[in-house]
Ligand binder design. Structure first.
Ligand SMILES: [Zn+2]
Length: 290
C-alpha cells in the first residue's frame, strides 16, 4: 500500500516537473491544425506539421503541409510586433473591452444595491423582534425567525464584503499601443540574449492563446500555411498596460469575467470574430495527396 502511494507520488512529481519544464521551442504546444484541431508537432529537424495527419493518416486529417520553425517563429513574431497593435485595431479593441467592462460593472452595481437594501430591511426586522421581546412576547415564539434573520444578515454582509464597491482600476489608455510596442521589441531582442532568453520566451508565449495553421493554395503546386494568431487577452493587456502578469497580480472578479467574455483577437491582424472570418476566407481543407 505504502509502496503504491510512494509510486504515485513519484509519478506525480515527475508529471509536475514535465509540466513545469521549459518548452523546447518558442511556439511549442501553441500551434493547432486548422483542419482537424489537433496539435502541430515536430515532423523533422526544425519542421512542424499536423501530428494527427502524420501519425494517424490523411483519412483522419488531410493537412500534410508543414512549416519550418524559422518561418513559423518569424511570421508569428512579425504579427506580434507589427500587426497586433495597429492603431485602428487598438481602437476597436479598447472600445469593445470598455463596453464589456461597463456592462459587467453595471451588473455588479445593481446586485450590490439590491443586497444593501435587503440588509437594511433585515436589520430593521431584527429591531422589531427585539422590541417585541422587550414588550413581553415569549422568546420561543420569535426564536426561529430571529435565527433566520441572523443567518441572512451574515450572508449579506459576507457577499457585500467580497463585491468591490467601485470598479477596478485598469483603464485602457492612449499609451497602451506604445507600451506594447516598446515591450514586445525588448522581448524579441531578449530571445537572442542567453540570460534573458527564458523570461522573454515565457512572456511572449503568454500573449498567445493559440495559433491556427490552415493550408491554402499558392500560385505554384504546393500549399502554404495560413497562420491565424489568437491572442491571449489577459497577457496582451498586462504587457500593454505595463502590469506584470507573472508577478501574481490578483485579478478582481470583474477583470476575470471581462477576460472570459471578450474572447476575441487577432487573425493575422483582424479583431473580433476573426476565427469565423478566417474560416470563411480560407477554402476548406484539401483532400490532397502526400
Ligand atoms: Zn490536422
Amino acid at each position: 500500500m505504502k509502496a503504491r502511494q510512494e509510486g504515485r507520488k513519484i509519478e506525480q512529481t515527475e508529471r509536475e516537473a514535465w509540466e513545469r519544464r521549459e518548452p523546447r521551442f518558442l511556439l511549442t504546444g501553441l500551434v493547432k491544425c486548422g483542419c482537424c484541431g489537433g496539435g502541430f508537432s515536430t515532423i523533422g529537424k526544425d519542421r512542424f506539421g499536423c501530428g494527427n495527419s502524420r501519425n494517424k493518416g490523411t483519412s483522419v486529417c488531410p493537412n500534410r503541409t508543414g512549416i519550418t520553425r524559422q518561418d513559423l517563429e518569424g511570421r508569428i513574431l512579425t504579427i506580434l510586433s507589427e500587426r497586433l497593435m495597429d492603431p485602428e485595431l487598438v481602437k476597436v479593441f479598447a472600445a469593445e473591452y470598455i463596453a464589456e467592462r461597463n456592462r459587467l460593472a453595471a451588473t455588479h452595481t445593481d446586485d450590490r444595491a439590491v443586497k444593501e437594501k435587503e440588509l437594511v430591511k433585515v436589520i430593521k426586522e431584527q429591531d422589531t423582534l427585539v422590541n417585541a421581546l422587550t414588550a413581553g412576547l415569549p422568546p420561543e415564539r420569535i426564536k426561529a425567525k430571529m435565527e433566520q434573520l441572523d443567518i441572512r444578515q451574515k450572508q449579506l454582509q459576507k457577499d457585500l464584503a467580497s463585491t468591490p464597491a467601485t470598479g477596478s482600476t485598469i483603464r485602457i489608455h492612449a499609451k497602451m499601443a506604445d507600451t506594447y510596442h516598446e515591450r514586445i521589441r525588448s522581448l524579441i531582442a531578449g530571445l537572442t540574449e542567453p540570460f534573458r532568453k527564458s523570461g522573454a520566451r515565457e512572456a511572449i508565449r503568454s500573449l498567445i492563446g493559440k495559433i491556427m495553421a490552415t493550408p491554402v493554395p499558392t500560385k505554384g503546386k504546393r500549399m502554404s500555411l495560413d497562420l491565424t494568431l489568437h491572442g491571449d487577452l489577459a497577457g496582451i493587456l498586462a504587457l500593454s498596460l505595463n502590469a506584470d502578469r507573472l508577478s501574481g497580480h490578483q485579478k478582481t472578479s470583474c477583470e476575470q469575467e471581462v477576460d472570459q467574455s471578450v474572447g476575441f483577437l487577432v487573425a493575422g491582424a483582424c479583431l473580433a470574430s476573426c476565427f469565423a472570418m478566417s474560416k470563411a476566407i480560407v477554402p476548406p481543407c484539401p483532400a490532397v495527396a502526400v
